[in-house]
Ligand binder design. Structure first.
Ligand code: FAD
Length: 622
């Protein structure tokens, strides 16, 4: 091996959504960073749906942005249709989603990376890790160059031993059009990593010129598109519509006629797939009573005719794909530009990670993204960001940044992964978070900007505008609780209209805003200046006042569990020496090696009694 003459602080393997955030975070924190990828033309490429956000995923993007990551700004600049989902529901589950111009998204991210100081980009396949003692010190690459680094982050996505399936045909690939990564996962196994096999799938990309859009239902974005990033002022670019189509009983018949040549049903695919994102053949088999399934026909960009039929992923043979897509109304003449396929790939069980995403087996080695068994761009980006931050903090000799379950969805996801591990693709859902009302999209900056600034990722100008917003919210909350509406000032007509006829005593503006349907717009009739406040501030006033009681209750729950969460368990804890632990609890703790008492309490099979004994043992140790 030829040793490259520059030694890096952080080496990032992979340029998907995890790799990009990891490399940008490390370089922005001042570390000399190298990003290696099999294909530099596929930086931040969306392997599947051309969209960012959605339920719980939108929360992750806002959190990435609040900490100083790039995903939010990238989609704001390249999105072609923005929508806020669940607007009729409570603020905890409202979520942003945007269709992306897939090629623009990739190109802008590449541009941002190329402009970043302290970041080198190179196209090469990593074939193995260089490990000395129990520490990683670099990577070896195909082509015979060794790169040395103080820390290494693996973000290999679906590429390790990737195997693409279309019907009974299969061939190695990292995703359609990309080479697989060969050798790396065998090396990981040799170091004791628990390497497993997962599977995912994607629909065909269809030629929009051969679709009769006039016969499909149109779906438009929001009239006033709301950006993802807290620092994007507005979305300037025009939006494009999506279209809705449906399968029918004939489509299902065609699908059933191909099942004997489906690699899933013929038992050729051994990896476990995402249960919440089933292929169309899975849906047809599992729900035989349904006579149609909906698909959104999503444009892949403004400058291409390719469209993406969401929810129609399949690994059925190509002749079945032709017939099935053409059985859909409006798609009778459709041409497939890229066939649908499934892919199997190696992942590493995340139970072997600390909450910092550093591996427990090899020091200074971090894993992030799909390699940890997750699925989704946002999940990958969020982990990449945290791995990049923590590798940089390690080089700086500082403690890692670990977000709690009450602080961020990112904290919930990483805690789930490292505490419970996963045997099937993991994706984020709002139901995974126990403190949903605290972890809203709208307050991600209030939760995380400070931390992003502390570690040096959030720039001064962004931080000072955040501080100004925060102060404005606080001073307005104080004003609203102090200012009162008197019956005489309101006048009888307004009191009647507001259902307050006969009111005797003055009522605070805060009490008015607490009423369920009452908005800042209503309040402006007696306090016109409220409409001069920025929209984000008015939103906070409404939410914080209306949900104050519930928020308070969740904060009290967080307080109660704070002691468990902050009690650290040393890496070298010998569970064999703690008397009183049952054999099962002892075995679970020794296998999962939790970082904190809180984490230990979430391991299935670890009882409250076991936690009490462990907590006494920890006290005795210090
Ligand atoms: P990726 O985006 O896969 O990027 C991996 C990067 O690592 C690439 O840049 C690659 O070149 C590089 N790399 C890998 N190995 C090496 C090596 N040895 N040396 C150098 N570079 C290397 N997500 C969903 O949420 N829903 C879906 O329905 C869905 N369907 C999918 C279907 C398919 C067919 C595929 C391929 C993916 C699908 N995904 C889906 C997953 C989504 O694409 C990923 O979750 C996301 O892209 C993961 O990001 P990542 O950064 O971890 O990895």
């Amino acid at each position: 091996m030829i040793v490259y003459d520059k030694k890096y602080d952080v080496i990032v393997v992979g340029a998907g959504h995890a790799g990009c955030e990891a490399a940008l975070a490390a370089a922005r924190m001042g570390q000399s960073t190298l990003m290696l990828t099999i294909n530099l033309d596929a930086i931040a490429l969306m392997s599947c749906n051309p969209a960012i956000g959605g339920l719980a995923k939108g929360h992750l993007v806002k959190e990435i942005d609040a900490l100083g990551g790039e995903m939010g700004r990238n989609i704001d600049a390249t999105g072609i249709q923005f929508r806020v989902l669940n607007t009729k529901k409570g603020p905890a589950v409202r979520a942003s989603r945007a269709q992306a111009d897939k090629q623009l998204y990739r190109l802008r991210m590449k541009h941002v990376m190329e402009q970043q100081d302290d970041l080198d980009l190179k196209q090469v396949e990593v074939t193995g890790l260089v490990i000395e003692g129990d520490e990683v010190v670099g990577v070896d690459t195909r082509g015979g160059v060794r790169f040395l680094g103080k820390t290494v982050i693996l973000t290999t996505g679906t590429f390790m031993r990737g195997l693409i399936h279309i019907g009974l045909v299969n061939y190695p690939g990292g995703r359609a059009g990309d080479l697989p990564s060969i050798g790396l996962s065998d090396g990981l196994k040799d170091y004791g990593f628990d390497v497993g096999r997962l599977k995912t799938g994607t629909p065909a990309r269809l030629d929009g010129r051969t679709i009769d859009f006039d016969r499909l239902e149109k779906q438009y974005g929001d009239e006033n598109p709301i950006p993802f990033s807290f620092s994007t002022e507005r979305i300037e670019q025009p939006q494009v519509p999506c279209h809705i189509a449906y399968t029918n009983p004939r489509s299902h018949e065609i699908i059933r006629s191909g099942l004997d040549r489906s690699p899933l049903y013929a038992g050729i695919i051994e990896g476990i797939g995402p249960r919440y994102c089933p292929s169309i053949e899975d849906k047809v088999v599992r729900f035989p009573e349904k006579d149609r399934h909906q698909t959104f026909i999503e444009p892949e960009g403004r400058e291409t005719v390719e469209v993406y039929p969401s929810g129609m992923s399949t690994s059925l043979p190509i002749d079945i794909q032709w017939a099935f897509y053409r059985s859909i109304e409006g798609l009778e003449r459709v041409e497939i530009m890229r066939p649908a396929y499934a892919i199997e790939y190696d992942y590493v069980n995340p139970i072997q990670l600390h909450a910092s995403l550093e591996t427990k087996l090899v020091r200074n080695l971090y894993h992030a993204g799909q390699i940890n068994g997750t699925s989704g761009y946002e999940e990958a980006a969020a982990q990449g960001l945290m791995a990049g931050i923590n590798a940089a903090l390690r080089v700086q000799g500082k403690d890692p940044l670990v977000l709690g379950r009450s602080e961020a969805y990112i904290g919930v996801m990483i805690d789930d992964l490292v505490t419970l591990g996963t045997k099937e693709p993991y994706r984020m859902f709002t139901s995974r978070a126990e403190y949903r009302l605290l972890l809203r999209e709208d307050n991600a900056d209030l939760r995380l900007r400070e931390k992003g600034h502390e570690i040096g990722l959030v720039k001064e100008e962004v931080y000072s505008s955040f501080l100004a917003k925060k102060e404005l919210i606080e001073s307005e909350l104080a004003r609203l609780s102090k200012e009162r509406l008197t019956p005489s000032a309101a006048g009888e007509d307004l009191l009647e209209e507001w259902g307050l006829a006969g009111m005797q005593n003055a009522i605070s503006y805060e009490q008015l805003l607490r009423r369920p349907e009452f908005t800042c717009q209503d309040l402006s009739r007696v306090y016109p200046a409220i409409m001069d406040l920025p929209e984000q501030v008015r939103e906070q006033l409404e939410i914080q006042i209306k949900y104050q009681g519930y928020i308070q209750r969740q904060l009290e729950q967080v307080d109660r569990s704070a002691r468990l969460e902050s009690t650290k368990i040393p890496d070298d804890m010998d569970y064999g020496t703690i008397s009183g632990l049952s054999a099962e609890v002892r075995e679970k703790l020794a296998r999962f090696r939790p970082d904190t008492l809180g984490q230990a309490s979430r391991i299935p099979g670890v009882t409250p009694a076991g936690i009490t004994i462990l907590s006494i043992a920890l006290k005795a140790r210090y």
